[in-house]
Design a protein around this ligand. Structure first.
Ligand code: GNR
Ligand code: NI
Length: 190
């Protein structure tokens, strides 16, 4: 397994429309891609990742919302001589290959989104609050599932990546330009 480099704006590859995984491509190469995507996402850290974010134009998504685990002991962590405790989190890795959204809800939910390809920028995005997704697993088997809450939001954010769309593309032109200017400034400061 390997951590891969995450593409960032304005990399033109992020605008690619990704290709479906064909029936004969459910192989070890796909398994390695998915394993590397999880490792890259956990390292970042993030709650979702689309293959194009690591430069692979295939319709492959991984998601792990890493919810807090109330049954586990809090985790102590140490950085710069300061000790913090965090609630423990559970791993809930999810893989969506060739996902298709069916019947998006009319009711909308707003979430303050971020994106590993648009680092340190956050903005409210409205999306259908629930949806059904049809997708394949790593064995090529088809599934259908009703999603709600953050999982519905995150899946739709990731599906946008498959069409070459970023969350900032949902903002007004003025807000998008402000976000990109802020990112440029943050990079100059770094
Ligand atoms: O880590 C991420 N957090 C997030 C927060 C709200 C809505 C979507 C996301 S996905 C993002 C990781 C990412 O960029 N996936 O493409
Ligand atoms: Ni993203």
């Amino acid at each position: 397994m390997a951590i891969r480099e995450i593409l960032e704006v304005p990399d033109p590859r992020l605008k690619t429309v990704s290709e479906p995984v064909e029936d004969n491509e459910f192989d070890d190469e796909l398994r390695t891609l998915v394993a590397d995507m999880f490792e890259t996402m956990y390292d970042a850290p993030g709650i979702g990742l689309a293959a194009i974010q690591v430069g692979v134009p295939k319709r492959v998504l991984v998601i792990d919302l890493q919810p807090e685990d109330p049954d586990a002991e809090p985790v102590e962590c140490d950085h710069d001589g300061h000790t913090h405790t965090h609630p423990a989190t559970k791993k809930e890795p999810r893989i969506f290959i060739n996902p298709v959204i069916l019947d998006p809800a009319e009711d909308v939910s707003t979430y303050n989104e971020g994106c590993l390809s648009v680092p340190e920028i956050y903005a409210d995005v409205d999306r259908p609050a629930t949806c059904t997704v049809r997708y394949r697993d790593l064995d090529g088997k088809e599934h259908e599932e009703q999603l709600e809450g953050l999982l519905a939001t995150c899946l739709q954010h990731e599906m946008d990546h498959l069409e070459g769309i970023l969350f900032i593309d949902h903002l007004s032109r003025l807000k998008r330009q402000m976000a990109l200017k802020k990112l440029k400034k943050l990079r100059q400061a770094a």
